[in-house]
Write a protein that binds this ligand. Structure first.
Ligand SMILES: NC(=O)c1ccc[n+]([C@@H]2O[C@H](COP(=O)([O-])OP(=O)(O)OC[C@H]3O[C@@H](n4cnc5c(N)ncnc54)[C@H](O)[C@@H]3O)[C@@H](O)[C@H]2O)c1
Length: 329
């Protein structure tokens, strides 16, 4: 099967590309390498994946690649993924996340694609968890509190429109807070990657707000299973992919500390205690969120099976290994 993955050099996209190659697909990746890295695709490229560098906001480029590859399934993960940047640069956010998505949908419609799989967000689409019962189900009317949540919602709505107008077959997967190996600690979004690096470096984490804010964490391997299954079905519309559980940021730090202990035997480096330093809360960030995975359980047969107690040590191990093999890091 021929598949196209946008954003395939990123955290989630590179794991997805590995899984598609492993199941025997012929995979082409589009990525502008703005946050993604070719190193993430080293194994996949060695096994025949193709990486084409380019920007999804360039309609001519998108048309050309989609026409040349003629994939049967397209996984659209390329995005501007940062809440704060979406607030500071809303036009840029809309250009990448809305115009880029429309470019891909249009190009796909013209080749008669079988299935379009869209990476949406469960963390930023619903709005404030205090407004609704948690975990949020897909029936809740989204009321995003930042431009990023809105631009993802617009992508979902374009897909719904194209289904009505052209019977265009798609699914919008609303990811929780995904974590695992290869997540970049450079952005603002990957709390586990950021805190994990600090823990291993013997430094204290900075927490924005009081640390009582909650998020729904999902491990990368569980997420990839769900994406692959969703791509093989005809399930439509939005589907939450999360644990259904709220974990506070302070709870996450405790779990990381424990994972660090288990890894080292002696916990964080001597001289530090891995204690949070508090800073002002950031705009656009919800206080509480968790997303109900019942629809995914019912229609995809999917249940996340990796608790934080298992996923965090795996993630820390990978950060440690990466540090040892990357002298410049
Ligand atoms: N990581 C999470 O917790 C999470 C949660 C909800 C939704 N998502 C969504 O999942 C997708 C993947 O996220 P990720 O965490 O792997 O982020 P990432 O930044 O690691 O991956 C995004 C990839 O898209 C590429 N990209 C960005 N703009 C592009 C453009 N204009 N043209 C071509 N390529 C471009 C980047 O270089 C990068 O490789 C995104 O759509 C994101 O919004 C992620």
């Amino acid at each position: 099967m021929k598949t196209l993955v946008t954003g395939g050099a990123g955290f989630i996209g590179s794991h997805l590309t590995d899984a598609l190659i492993a199941r025997g697909d012929e995979v082409t990746v589009i990525d502008d390498l703005s946050t993604g890295k070719p190193e993430n695709l080293e194994a996949a490229l060695a096994r025949g994946a193709d990486l084409i560098e380019g920007d999804i906001t360039d309609r001519g480029f998108v048309d050309e690649v989609v026409q040349a590859v003629k994939p049967s399934t397209l996984f659209h993960l390329a995005a501007q993924g940062e809440v704060q940047r979406s607030i500071e640069q809303p036009s840029f956010d809309a250009t990448v996340n809305v115009v880029g998505t429309v470019n891909l949908i249009e190009a796909s419609k013209n080749i008669g694609l079988d299935r379009f799989v869209f990476a949406s967000t469960g963390g930023a689409i619903y709005g404030e968890g205090g407004r609704i019962d948690l975990p949020a189900t897909e029936q809740v009317t989204p009321e995003p509190l930042c431009q990023y949540g809105l631009s993802k919602l617009a992508g979902e709505q374009y897909l719904a429109l194209y289904r009505r107008m052209y019977m265009f077959n798609s699914v919008s997967l609303r990811f929780g807070n995904v974590y695992g190996p290869r997540q970049s600690p450079k952005g603002e979004a990957g709390a586990v990657a950021i805190f994990g690096e600090l823990l291993l470096a013997g430094q204290n984490p900075t927490v924005f707000g009081d640390g009582q804010q909650t998020r729904d964490f999902v491990y990368i391997d569980d997420l990839i299973d769900a994406i692959l299954t969703a791509s093989r079905t005809d399930v439509e519309g939005p589907i939450n992919l999360g644990s259904g559980e709220e974990t506070s940021i302070l709870g996450l730090l405790d779990a990381l500390r424990e994972a660090g202990h288990a890894l080292n035997g002696d916990g964080p480096r001597a001289g530090t205690t891995f204690e949070p330093q508090f800073d002002r809360g950031r705009p656009g960030e919800v206080k509480r969120i968790s997303i109900d995975p019942s629809r995914a359980a019912k229609e995809l047969g999917w249940n996340p099976t990796t608790p934080l107690a298992k996923g965090l040590p795996e993630t820390l191990k990978s950060i440690g290994t990466h540090k040892q093999t990357t002298p410049s890091a």
